[in-house]
Design a protein around this ligand. Structure first.
Ligand code: GLA
Length: 726
């Protein structure tokens, strides 16, 4: 059993970690999370002292035991713990005090599910569920804490449900999904910040007293901060040291907060951001807080990342394309933008076919009146001026050439200049009578409303049924402002942000069920909703609108901390690059795009013969390395270029018999110094060959002595080394 409840001590175990709680004086105390310690009662670490100005709970004798100084499992507001809390409730009398006491604990076989929310599923893994019930007796408010233990994956999931069992209406002002308290503060916080076209840049800073927090109040998980954070010991490196991850399986507003308190202990909390959040529960109603994936590694950040890669790839991603090879695609966005028609797309398809590309994706601009981004969203009817004869004619034409066909949608949005907005202005999120904010000159549809979703669902279904469409790119190109829903009374307007995401998930569940053979790629202006929640519906997400291979080194490096390569949408684009004006070699663009789902995004009809020949080779290489790239173990061999002139990463097969080493040397130098790459994850005693290179090397040699990177002229030259056991 991975879960053990005895003598008030509740212990969960994964392959390499132990997580423990204890019931003390009726409260649920956290005693330990870290390296495996068996079912040893770790509460000997929990010390008490008369610390002034910390409240003493009712019924506790003496002055030593305060919730303010204990490590707590799910802290609520108002009973003496002055640190950051997980639960804040306003009762009918205006009071906000909640006193949670332990009631019961139950172990169940298998992994719990959360209705209407994405969550890890059991699949073919062993999993157990722990349910702990806490209660505020005075107001009859119950909290059920859920834990899913994936022993083999080293993952413990957390979520919770608040149930109003009282007679009065209550307002939830904050319901975080989880809290982990630590005895000390000697850790760094790693988080992933950014902006449109530069997402998930890594930042590592030591914890300090007070609060360090990241989050989103934009309605989406956002480009600006990713809902995945890491706490690690100061000495933790890629390959050694203690680290903890928390990844939110949710795509809306979030907060991830690390607080170092007076006695130098640390609290990490994660959940839906409480700004603009107020959820009303009538008697008998309940609220579910989304899931967080916790993982622990003492083998450094690399192992922590690999834990997440496996968990997301195998127990979050679903559907046909979870395992099936995804087609190598060409997308027309950077080739044509809005200026295309059937003939142009067929020209691209014909040329693409010759080079081995397998699918054409028609991006934005095929519907309504859409010649730029100022109009047409919401009018999901084929623009026959651009596609004379309709969609089927185009798709059949593309299929006849021998390519699959994919299409772009932005279902959550509406342009003011659209038939849909003229017919239903109240379907957009706006406050009646008040002027509103535009983003990309568009508004957001109120996806919390069933009739809005139903309408878009029908339009989308009609299109998908009208031709042989095998892929959908689901885009969302602005954040939420003017949040107010015509479907809810005034007291429930604080629910709209969350209900929007619930509506989105409901839609995605239905559309992916209805079209199980369609590959859905998520997108929000690139990687603005790159989170484990979306990956439950979209096995891949366009990683960034920045297609410059050099910028992608930084973006994909940061992304790799929490997300598997199989989810990273990545394409070769034209040079000079449209976002940066930079030119790099075709080889470099190919190697970088291969750290993802791989495809092309340029006008292939204008490509030189030399580049076309290279594309053919890239496609063959990608197919050859596909399993290794998509399912192999991922190792970061360097950082993102902050401290080294080489950015390198490696895919290694599970049996360690083959590996693919990839690297880009950033700056060329006169009289160059030599660069060596140190491989990882090989079998030290095995003997390996490197394709196209002479010599044989033991794994120990390649990992400890390294392998020389050739001196290459010009900036940003790439190497790709295929390493195979002899
Ligand atoms: C977003 C996407 C792009 C492209 C455009 C189309 O920015 O990230 O890839 O689809 O929208 O408008």
């Amino acid at each position: 059993m991975a879960i053990n409840c005895k003598d008030n001590v509740i212990t969960m175990e994964t392959r390499n970690s132990t997580y423990q709680m204890k019931v003390e004086k009726g409260f649920l105390i956290h005693t330990y999370y870290g390296e495996k310690v068996g079912d040893m009662d770790m509460s000997y670490l929990s010390r008490t002292i008369d610390r002034g100005f910390s409240g003493i709970p009712e019924g506790v004798k003496g002055r030593d035991f305060s919730l303010d100084t204990q490590l707590l499992e799910y802290p609520s507001y108002g009973t003496g713990d002055f640190r950051n809390d997980c639960l804040r409730v306003e009762y009918a009398d205006g009071s906000q005090v909640t006193d949670l006491k332990f009631v019961s604990c139950q172990v169940k076989d298998g992994k719990y599910a959360l209705e209407g929310l994405p969550a890890m599923y059991q699949g073919d893994k062993k999993a157990e569920t722990l349910e702990i019930t806490l209660k505020d007796e005075f107001k009859n408010l119950e909290v059920v804490l859920y834990y899913g233990v994936f022993e083999e994956l080293d993952i413990i999931t957390r979520a919770c449900r608040v149930i109003n069992k009282g007679q009065e209406k209550v307002s939830l002002l904050r319901v975080y999904s989880m809290c982990v308290d630590f005895y000390d503060r000697d850790m760094d916080l790693i988080h992933f910040y950014g902006r449109h076209a530069m997402e998930r840049v890594t930042e590592r800073t030591p914890l300090h007293h007070g609060m360090q927090s990241v989050g989103s109040r934009r309605g989406y998980s956002s480009h600006q901060y990713n809902p995945m954070v890491i706490l690690c010991k100061h000495n933790a490196t890629e390959d050694a040291g203690i680290c903890y991850g928390a990844s939110f399986v949710y795509s809306g507003n979030f907060a991830a907060e690390a607080e170092v308190a007076q006695a130098n202990n640390t609290r990490l909390t994660m959940g839906i951001h409480d700004a603009q959040f107020k959820f009303v529960l009538n008697p008998g109603e309940d609220f579910t807080a989304p899931e967080v994936l916790l993982s622990f590694s003492r083998q450094g950040l690399g192992q922590l990342s690999r834990n997440y890669h496996k968990a997301i790839r195998e127990n979050i991603c679903r559907g046909k394309y979870k395992n099936a090879r995804r087609p190598i695609l060409i997308n027309n966005w950077e080739a044509t933008y809005f200026d295309f028609n059937t003939d142009k797309l067929l020209d691209i398809a014909r040329e693409a076919k010759k080079l081995g590309i397998e699918m054409l994706v028609m991006d934005d601009g095929w519907f309504g009146k859409r010649d730029d981004d100022n109009s047409g969203l919401g009018d999901w009817f084929v623009n026959e001026k651009k596609l004379p004869g309709g969609l089927k004619k185009l798709v059949d034409g593309v299929n006849d050439i021998g390519l699959k066909f994919g299409i772009w949608f932005e279902p959550e949005m509406v342009s003011e200049d659209s038939e849909l907005f003229r017919a239903h202005p109240d379907w957009a999120l706006t406050v009646p009578g008040r002027s509103f904010t535009r983003g990309r000159n568009q508004l957001v549809l109120d996806f919390s409303r069933q009739e809005v979703r139903d309408y878009i669902f029908d339009r989308m279904s009609e299109i998908l049924e009208s031709a042989n469409i095998e892929y959908v790119k689901w885009d969302a190109n602005r954040h939420l402002t003017d949040v107010w829903s015509a479907a809810l009374p005034a007291e429930k307007q604080g629910e709209v942000f969350h209900r929007y995401i619930l509506g989105l998930y409901d839609f995605l569940e239905k559309i992916t069920q209805k079209f199980p053979d369609v590959l859905f790629e998520g997108c929000s202006g690139g990687g603005g909703r790159f989170d484990a929640g979306m990956m439950y519906y979209h096995p891949q997400i366009w990683c960034s609108d920045d297609t410059d291979a050099v910028e992608r080194l930084v973006i994909q490096y940061g992304t790799s901390f929490g997300y598997p390569v199989s989810t990273v949408g990545s394409h070769v684009s034209v040079c000079p690059n449209h976002q940066t004006g930079r030119s790099v070699s075709m080889k470099t663009r190919g190697v970088v795009a291969m750290a993802g789902t791989f495809g092309y995004e340029l006008d292939i009809t204008k490509m030189s013969q030399e580049d076309k020949e290279e594309v053919k080779v890239q496609i063959e290489d990608f197919k050859k390395y596909y399993e290794l790239i998509q399912r192999g173990d991922y190792y970061r061999l360097t950082d993102d270029g902050k401290t080294s002139n080489l950015v390198a990463w490696q895919f290694t097969s599970e049996d360690k018999k083959e590996a693919l080493v990839n690297g880009v040397v950033l700056k060329t130098r006169a009289n160059p110094v030599f660069i060596t790459v140190y491989l990882k994850g090989l079998n030290p005693d095995s003997v390996y060959e490197i394709e196209g290179q002479s010599g044989r090397f033991t794994g120990a040699a390649l990992m400890n002595g390294g392998y020389p990177i050739p001196v290459m002229p010009d900036d940003y030259q790439a190497v790709q080394l295929y390493v195979k056991e002899c």
